[in-house]
Structures are given as structure tokens and as C-alpha cells.
Design a protein around this ligand. Structure first.
Ligand SMILES: Cc1cc2nc3c(=O)[nH]c(=O)nc-3n(C[C@H](O)[C@H](O)[C@H](O)COP(=O)(O)O)c2cc1C
Length: 175
């Protein structure tokens, strides 16, 4: 697998946007694997790499998602989604689960963008109803904590790039 990458990382960080409309075209297995490779290169506390990823590309399973997650309705018409999970037995401690999984989730978004795909991070963690819903839908073992759902596909919209830099949020040496 080619893990060298060739995109301008800084450019990708600024031009990535949440994409919620997708073309019907499926996402190639190779692209999913490259995106998950990027996820697994994320930093994690004590390098525990506590993550697991459930790739969802069965339209019937995708169609169930809006009943679990009201803000992930786009999943029903997307070609794929990835549930980022943590294995609580592998993580350095419970407090590190959201940090490790957030890093992996962000890597997925950036890698998807670098490959010309669109994606959106849908929050799952610390919402008991959503966590229980995904546990049930995907038969997750007890030790597995669902963290985020990344809905992914070939983009059918191009959200504008906002201007976000705020100098009033930057402090130097003192508040
Ligand atoms: C923790 C977290 C949870 C989010 N949950 C949702 C969600 O449930 N549904 C959704 O459509 N977008 C969700 N988003 C995406 C945000 O709405 C989006 O990142 C934000 O509006 C900024 O837009 P951008 O991603 O294009 O920069 C979530 C983002 C984060 C970081």
C-alpha cells in the first residue's frame, strides 16, 4: 500500500469541509483502506492505538442510521460510513478514549479530502442513546465504545471555505 501521500497537507487542512450530499457512486475498497490507514497513523496516548473501525456499506444498514442518530440522516443516502470505536480494554484510560478517537476521526476526514472524497463527522460519544443504538445495530461487544460516525462518499456539493482565523482567540505568554 502506498502510504507516502502527495497532497499539500496544509492546504487540505484549510479546504476540507463537511460534506453531507453524496453521489451514488460507491467508494472503492482501496480508498476505504487508505483512509483507514491514515486513521491508524493518528497519535494516541502511550501509542495504545485503541481504535476499531466498522465500515458500513450495506444500504439496508445505512438506512437504519437516521433512526439512531437524528443528525446523521445523510447516511441513508450515502454509499458508506465508518463508525470509529475504541476498545476500552486497549485504551490507556477512559479519559484518553475521546482524545485518541478524535485524532483518528480527524485523520479520516483529511485523508478522505486528500483522495477527493467528502465526509462529515457525526458525534456519537457521550450520547447514551446513540451509543446504544450503534451497539445494537452493529452487534458491538461490551468492551467497544462507539465514538464517531464518519459518513463518506463522492461529494455532490462543494461548501464554501469560511474565513476562520481569529486573532482574539490567540494569547501569548499570558491571557
Ligand atoms: C464532535 C463533532 C460532532 C459533529 N456532529 C455532527 C452531526 O451529528 N451531524 C452533522 O451533520 N455534522 C456534525 N459535525 C460537523 C460540524 O457540524 C462541522 O464540522 C462544523 O459545522 C464546521 O464545518 P466544517 O466541518 O465544514 O469545517 C460534528 C463535528 C464534530 C467535531
Amino acid at each position: 500500500m502506498d502510504t507516502t501521500g502527495s497532497s499539500d497537507v496544509y492546504e487540505a487542512l484549510l479546504t476540507r469541509r463537511s460534506v453531507r450530499k453524496f453521489r451514488a457512486q460507491p467508494v472503492a475498497d482501496e480508498a476505504i483502506e487508505r483512509v483507514l490507514t491514515a486513521a491508524m497513523y493518528a497519535p494516541s496516548a502511550v501509542d495504545k492505538q485503541p481504535w476499531h473501525f466498522v465500515v458500513i456499506d450495506d444500504p439496508q444498514v445505512l438506512a437504519e442510521i437516521p433512526s439512531i442518530h437524528p443528525y446523521a440522516r445523510m447516511a441513508a443516502s450515502a454509499p458508506a460510513a465508518i463508525l470509529v470505536c475504541a476498545d476500552s480494554e486497549l485504551a490507556h484510560g477512559p479519559g484518553y478514549i475521546p482524545q485518541d478517537c478524535a485524532a483518528a476521526t480527524q485523520n479520516i476526514l483529511i485523508a478522505a479530502h486528500a483522495l477527493g472524497l467528502g465526509s462529515v463527522w457525526c458525534g456519537v460519544y457521550s450520547q447514551p442513546d446513540r451509543e446504544a443504538g450503534f451497539r445494537r445495530l452493529l452487534s458491538l461487544p461490551e468492551s467497544i465504545v462507539p465514538f464517531s460516525l464518519v459518513v463518506i462518499g463522492h461529494p455532490d456539493e462543494q461548501p464554501a471555505q469560511p474565513d476562520r482565523y481569529r486573532s482574539d482567540r490567540v494569547h501569548r505568554n499570558d491571557w
